[in-house]
Design a protein around this ligand. Structure first.
Ligand code: IPE
Ligand code: IPE
Ligand code: MG
Length: 253
């Protein structure tokens, strides 16, 4: 590495306080999984599981605020979820619409800053308008940032960042040798907040499914068998307790 270049983990690592044993993370990211299986176990359509998942989201956002998290990121729709039947995709879009419409006032009053992470291309215009409204209205809020990953994929995000950097190189402003971890991190949709110290996935699956692949380089993982619609405050607290017992070394001793 070139002399003077910043190490990525110096640039973006959580501060000592949130990495120390017993600490609480600043940023928790959740892969909300298991809606379909939750519905299936009740002999209900998958859509009902997604609807119940929105209630779990409400509980979790409120709990995250009470527990003092700075950032909560939730994975709501991946770039791969387009492979689902069109009717289910439409239902997931409808739920985003209804969630923002019904909860925006309350989230705003609670001081929550809303950010939507993911590709805008492919999303219907009314959703784009709602996203712009939610982000603009809550931009100055400081109690907590709620990041909704929607039409998000970590590889797509990296592709977009590479394209942006390549354009800067072509225009002559950026020397390829000056491209480093910090520049890439700053080119991602997540540039404005710290990387997640903790990633939680519900429903027993143990994979990232293209979520925050760059940002999770040193994240701790908690996998719980709880299906997302059943998730709530106690499950979040349990994950935070598990995190508090972890030893993070960042390659050191
Ligand atoms: C998570 O639940 C919600 C989204 C991926 C949008 P799933 O719909 O993936 O539920 P399962 O995994 O089929 O149970
Ligand atoms: C990950 O869940 C995406 C979201 C939670 C939005 P999936 O259910 O789509 O993931 P896979 O297909 O099981 O990996
Ligand atoms: Mg799933």
């Amino acid at each position: 590495m070139a002399a003077g270049a910043a190490l990525p983990l110096e640039a973006r690592a959580p501060d000592a306080a949130s990495a120390a044993p017993g600490a609480r993370p600043r940023h928790v990211a959740i892969i909300m999984d298991g809606n379909g299986r939750w519905a299936k176990s009740r002999h209900q359509p998958r859509t009902l599981g997604h609807k119940a998942g929105v209630d779990a989201l409400r509980r979790t956002v409120e709990a995250a605020g009470d527990l003092g998290l700075e950032v909560l990121t939730v994975y709501a729709f991946s770039t791969e979820n387009w492979r689902r039947p069109a009717s289910e995709v439409e239902w997931l879009f409808a739920l985003l619409r209804s969630y923002v419409r019904s909860d925006l006032d309350r989230l705003d009053a609670a001081g929550v800053r809303i950010r939507v992470l993911g590709r805008r291309e492919g999303l219907p215009q009314d959703i784009l308008d709602l996203i712009a409204l939610a982000e603009t209205r809550t931009a100055a809020n400081t109690a907590m940032t709620l990041v909704i990953a929607f039409n998000y994929g970590g590889q797509a995000e990296l592709v977009d960042a590479m394209r942006a950097i390549a354009r800067r190189v072509l225009l002559g402003g950026v020397d390829p040798d000056s491209i480093d971890e910090a520049m890439i991190a700053e080119s991602l949709g997540t540039a404005d907040w710290p990387d997640p110290e903790l990633i939680v996935r519900t429903s027993g699956e143990q994979r990232l499914s293209n979520f925050l692949i760059w940002q999770s380089a040193y994240s701790e993982f908690v996998f719980t068998p709880v299906l997302w619609p059943d998730f709530g405050r106690r499950d979040l607290e349990a994950a935070l307790n598990e995190y508090a017992g972890r030893q993070r070394r960042f390659g050191g001793v």
